[in-house]
Ligand binder design. Structure first.
Ligand SMILES: Cc1cc2nc3c(=O)[nH]c(=O)nc-3n(C[C@H](O)[C@H](O)[C@H](O)COP(=O)(O)OP(=O)(O)OC[C@H]3O[C@@H](n4cnc5c(N)ncnc54)[C@H](O)[C@@H]3O)c2cc1C
Length: 421
C-alpha cells in the first residue's frame, strides 16, 4: 500500500478518494480545511431565486470515505523533490503519490474597486456562497436602468455562469413587465458568447430574444463604486481604449487563478500567468514528477473548468495512479469532456458539452440537445444535484451521463494488461 495524499476535498478530491477506497487503497489522507462541502453549480439557481443557498451545502464529514484520514488544515507549501507537503499549521506530511485537487482562488485585488463595490447594494456575485442570496435580492428589487453582467479575461470555473444569471435576470424582468425599462448589458473579455459554434448560434439567438447588448472584447479593469461606474478596456483596440458603463445593478465574476501554494511551487505552468498546475492533458500526470497528479479547476488542461470535467477526470487519475502503483504505464486518457448547462430562462436549459476536439460531445444520443429544453432544466434543477451527491462524490459513474467514460476505462484497463514499464 502506498501513502496517497489528496489536497482538497471538493468535487475532484472526494471523487478520487472514494474511487481509490473502492479500489482497495487504505492509506489515503485528504487535506481539506473546510467543514462544509458546496455543490456550486446550484449557486446560479440561488442567485436566480429558485433554490435556497442552504440546499447547496452539506457537511464535509459525510462524504469523506470511511477509512480515509482527514487533516482539517490547508496546504501552504509543496516540496515535490522531498515528496512532502506542509500545512498552514506547520505539519509536514510525506507521500508516495500526491493528487492535487485544491480548486482555484478568486483574485479580488486584480480589479480595483471590486471588493468595495460588492459591499454595496445592487452589486453581487454568484461566485461566493455568502453573496448568492444578494444576487437574487438585487435582481428582484430592480425597477429599471442598466443591469450589467460581467465576464473576466482569466479562465474561471464554469465560464457559462456569468451569462446564465444574466438570462435568468432578463427573463425575470420580462415576466415582471419591466423589460422596456431595463437595459441589460453583457461586458465580456471573450470575443464571442461561446467557443463552440453550434452552441454559440443558439446563445446568440437568446441574446437577441432578450435584446441584450453584448459587448465582447471588453475586459473590466476598474470599478468606481461611489459613482456606480465600471471601466472596461477594449482588448481589440491597439490604443487600449477604455469604455465606462454606468450601472444600477451589476453581477461580477471575479478573475481567478491557482492557489498560492501551487503558483509558487515548481509545479506551476510557467506559460500561464494564473499559475495552473502543469499536467499532461490526457493522463493528468505532472510531466516532471510522475508521482503527482492534478485534476479539477487547479490543472492547466486547455478546456473549461467545470465540475463535469472534474467528475470525468477522477476515474482517469485513479486508473493511472493504480497503474503506476502496479509498475505499469498510465494509459487511461481524459478526452477533455466538459459540460456547461446554460440556463437560458426559468424552465429552459441548453446543455453545452464538448471535448478537446472543440466539437460537441453530447451524452444523450437520442435527444436533440442543440436547443433549449425543459427536460434539461429539470436535469439541472434535480437530476445533476442528485447524481452529484449520490454518484460522483461516492466514486461511482453516473449511468445516464458516463457511458462513454465507462467504455474508455474498460479499453484502458484492457490495454494495461499488456503494457509493463
Ligand atoms: C456559480 C457557479 C456555477 C457553476 N456551475 C457549474 C455547472 O453548472 N456545471 C459544472 O460542471 N460546474 C459548475 N461550476 C464549477 C464547479 O463547481 C467546479 O468546476 C468544481 O467544483 C471543481 O472541482 P474542484 O474539486 O477542482 O474544486 P472545488 O470543488 O472548488 O474544491 C476545492 C477544494 O479544495 C479546498 N482547498 C482550497 N485550498 C486548499 C489548500 N490550500 N489546502 C487544502 N485544500 C484546499 C477547498 O476548500 C475546496 O474544498 C460552477 C461554479 C460556480 C462558482
Amino acid at each position: 500500500m502506498a501513502r496517497i495524499v489528496i489536497v482538497g476535498g471538493g468535487t475532484a478530491g472526494l471523487a478520487v478518494a472514494a474511487r481509490l477506497t473502492r479500489a482497495g487503497q487504505s492509506d489515503i489522507t485528504i487535506i481539506e480545511p473546510s467543514e462544509r462541502h458546496f455543490y456550486q453549480p446550484l449557486w446560479t439557481l440561488v442567485g436566480g431565486g429558485v433554490v435556497s443557498r442552504e440546499k447547496t451545502v452539506r457537511p464535509e464529514a459525510r462524504y469523506i470515505p470511511r477509512g480515509v484520514r482527514w487533516v482539517r488544515d490547508a496546504v501552504a507549501e509543496l516540496a515535490p523533490e522531498r515528496r512532502t507537503v506542509t500545512t498552514k499549521s506547520g505539519s509536514t506530511i510525506d507521500y508516495d503519490f500526491l493528487v492535487v485537487a485544491s480548486g482555484l482562488e478568486m483574485d479580488w485585488e486584480k480589479i480595483p474597486g471590486l471588493k468595495d463595490a460588492l459591499a454595496r447594494d445592487g452589486v453581487s456575485t454568484n461566485y461566493l456562497y455568502d453573496l448568492t442570496p444578494k444576487t437574487w435580492q438585487a435582481i428582484s428589487s430592480f425597477r429599471g436602468g442598466v443591469a450589467l453582467f460581467h465576464m473576466p479575461g482569466t479562465p474561471i470555473k464554469c465560464p457559462g455562469a456569468p451569462q446564465k444569471i444574466m438570462y435568468l435576470a432578463a427573463d425575470h424582468f420580462r415576466r415582471k413587465g419591466i423589460s422596456r425599462d431595463a437595459q441589460v448589458i453583457y461586458g465580456s473579455a471573450t470575443p464571442s458568447i461561446y467557443g463552440v459554434p453550434q452552441f454559440a448560434a443558439v446563445l446568440n439567438g437568446v441574446l437577441e430574444r432578450y435584446s441584450i447588448d453584448a459587448r465582447f472584447n471588453h475586459d473590466l479593469v476598474e470599478i468606481h463604486p461611489e459613482k456606480k461606474e465600471a471601466v472596461f478596456r477594449k482588448t481589440n483596440s491597439p490604443e487600449g481604449e477604455q469604455v465606462v458603463i454606468r450601472y444600477d445593478l451589476m453581477h461580477v465574476a471575479p478573475p481567478q487563478r491557482a492557489p498560492e501554494f501551487v503558483r509558487k511551487s515548481p509545479l506551476a505552468d510557467p506559460e500561464k500567468r494564473e499559475g495552473w498546475l502543469k499536467v499532461d492533458k490526457h493522463t493528468l500526470r505532472n510531466p516532471d514528477y510522475p508521482e503527482i497528479f492534478a485534476l479539477g479547476d487547479v490543472g492547466n488542461t486547455p478546456n473549461a473548468k467545470t465540475g463535469a470535467a472534474a467528475a470525468r477526470q477522477a476515474p482517469v487519475v485513479v486508473e493511472n495512479l493504480l497503474a503506476a502503483l502496479a509498475g505499469k504505464e498510465a494509459v487511461a486518457r481524459y478526452d477533455g469532456y466538459i459540460a456547461c448547462p446554460i440556463v437560458t430562462a426559468y424552465g429552459k436549459m441548453l446543455l453545452c458539452e464538448a471535448d478537446y476536439t472543440g466539437k460537441p460531445a453530447p451524452s444523450f444520443p437520442f435527444l436533440d440537445t442543440f436547443h433549449e429544453r425543459y427536460d434539461m432544466w429539470l436535469l439541472k434543477r434535480y437530476g445533476l444535484p442528485w447524481a452529484y451527491w449520490n454518484f460522483i462524490l461516492r466514486g461511482r459513474s453516473v449511468p445516464f451521463l458516463h457511458a462513454r467514460e465507462v467504455a474508455q476505462l474498460a479499453a484502458a484497463r484492457a490495454e494495461r494488461q499488456y503494457i509493463h514499464v
